[in-house]
Design a protein around this ligand. Structure first.
Ligand code: SF4
Length: 190
């Protein structure tokens, strides 16, 4: 019953987008990240560690970040202490997960292809999430990024800003260590 309810919420939120927009105009809003995280959670947790990745947006890196950029792997974090990305990178390494900082949605799609990623925790602002829903095929089995389906978990950034942004870092650490839904919240809607 709980599964059916989650599926129904997911289908109505993602596949009946015009209907959702209409409800939005009436003041009835869907919490998209929360619904998606709950729906994909079990599948996400089942993916093997080496096929899981944290892919963070560049808006989270420190203002004076000295990391080099690689066309293959994005921002090559040096694990300094200017921002929390280094701490997350170290935790991913401990858990056998992949870790990347991506400059754009297009780069993230190519990364997923190249690195064999099956499940990813990402972070984005509400605006980028809505844009992604319109531009990306979303299925009951995952989000289609080019030829690959990826099981997502999403953490919403603190604000709509490309500089010096933030997320709930402890929530992200909880997902990496305890699994999606295993931390202090059953979802990651920020
Ligand atoms: S922790 Fe990594 S991403 Fe953050 S400022 Fe240092 S090198 Fe850059």
């Amino acid at each position: 019953m709980r599964d059916n309810c989650g599926r129904l919420k997911f289908v109505s939120a993602f596949f009946f987008f015009p209907f959702r927009s209409f409800l939005g105009r009436l003041g009835i809003r869907y919490d998209i990240a929360r619904i998606a995280n709950a729906y994909y959670r079990d599948e996400f947790n089942r993916a093997p560690a080496e096929a899981k990745a944290v892919i963070l947006p560049h808006c989270l890196i420190g203002e004076k970040c000295a990391a080099r950029f690689s066309k293959e792997e994005g921002v090559l974090c040096k694990e300094c202490t200017q921002c929390r990305c280094g701490e997350i990178r170290a935790l991913c390494r401990e858990q056998g997960w992949q870790f990347y900082i991506s400059p754009s949605a297009g780069f993230t799609k190519r990364l997923v292809q190249r690195k064999g990623i099956r499940a990813a925790v990402g972070a984005a602002c509400a605006f980028e999430i809505e844009k992604g829903i319109r531009a990306t095929p979303i299925t009951l089995k995952g989000v289609r990024l080019k030829r690959r389906k990826v099981i997502p978990q999403v953490i919403v950034t603190a604000r709509y800003d490309c500089l010096d942004n933030a997320i709930d870092w402890d929530l992200l650490k909880g997902v990496i260590v305890d699994g999606a839904g295993g931390g202090r919240s059953g979802d990651h809607a920020g």
